[in-house]
Design a protein around this ligand. Structure first.
Ligand code: ATP
Ligand code: MG
Length: 173
């Protein structure tokens, strides 16, 4: 899976909509101190499901919303979209947070749970953390889970497996 585009609105210092195309190969982000390089990487990780405010350098999750400057009022929401491409298929993942209302996720325009996004990236061997950390965490969680929880996880995985079956079907038509 490759990330092809990143769009941000109201996320940290990116108060105005920003649209970044990401080309094949290695991408470097350059610019003066404080211009938002780290914020960009945080936007990627946040959209993939990062939920630790500390790792977003904030005290609470709403700190990712543009907080205002001397000349610009604060925003009520932040939204980031990742357009990814894998196996010739495009998938758009959107995370949005509103003050007082928490986060919502969409995959290809459909409302989904945070879990669905986490599974999507776990399945695609990428994600908010390194691939190894995500898969190790998931394996550990499955092993340590109570039977009922393990069943829920497996059902979740089966739901994603269903998506792949549908994709194969579509490719054969
Ligand atoms: P460096 O080269 O020093 O690592 P950088 O390019 O990585 O800098 P960032 O850390 O991404 O810069 O951006 C820091 C800027 O983002 C600061 O100016 C900070 O005020 C701003 N910022 C962070 N969170 C918010 C927010 N919620 N609202 C508005 N601005 C924010
Ligand atoms: Mg930085």
């Amino acid at each position: 899976m490759q990330i092809r585009r990143l769009r941000l609105t109201g996320f940290k210092s990116f108060v105005d909509p920003a649209d970044l195309r990401i080309e094949h190969g290695l991408t470097g982000v350059v610019g003066p101190n404080g211009c938002g390089k780290s914020n960009l990487l945080e936007a990627l990780r946040w959209t993939m499901g990062e939920n630790s405010p500390k790792s977003m350098r904030g005290a609470g999750m709403e700190d990712v919303i543009f907080a205002g400057t001397a000349t610009r009022p604060p925003r009520d929401f932040a939204e980031v979209s990742i357009l990814a491409e894998g196996a010739g298929e495009e998938i758009e993942i959107v995370r949005r947070i509103e003050r007082g209302a928490g986060s919502a996720y969409r995959i290809n325009g459909r409302d989904v749970r945070a879990k669905d996004v986490a599974l999507l990236f776990a399945d695609a061997a990428t994600g908010a953390h390194s691939p190894a950390l995500v898969s190790q965490g998931r394996i550990g969680a499955v092993i340590a889970a109570k039977p009922a929880d393990r069943r829920a996880m497996l059902e979740e995985a089966a739901g994603i497996a269903g998506l792949h079956v549908r994709r194969r079907d579509a490719e054969q038509k």
